[in-house]
Design a protein around this ligand. Sequence first.
Ligand code: FES
Length: 150
Amino acid sequence: MTIRLAVNGQDHAFDLPPQTSLLEVLRNDLGLNGPKYGCGYGECGACSVLVDGQAARACVMTLGAVAGRQVTTLEGLGTPEAPHPVQRAFIEEEGAQCGYCLNGMIVTVTALLRDTPAPDRATLARALRHNLCRCGTHLEILRAAERAVT
Ligand code: FES
């Protein structure tokens, strides 16, 4: 069965079982390593992507579930030369230590700003509460998220 979807604006067709993990397809078949494999259970947020503009956890999303939809990964937000405003805010605030969680933080803030253009600090913290950072740099991450708003 061929499953078609768009990833970062490009159409793709996969002859894979529909239950194949979206994260596996993105990383292994398309070489998009922005989304990270953290827990594999939908708990940490490292694998976050946008599906039709909404944040989603690619590790627990199947290929079949995104058939015909638009998937955007960290790579699709901006480029090193022209980063997305949220990416730029995280760079400028150095909102990371090891950086493993950053994909999820940036994707989550991007999705939030799409629907809530001027969230306050409490709203940002609430949106990021299920994105885990093992280095404990939550305050820097929150500062970067606030910078993305301004
Ligand atoms: Fe997907 Fe942790 S790897 S939520």
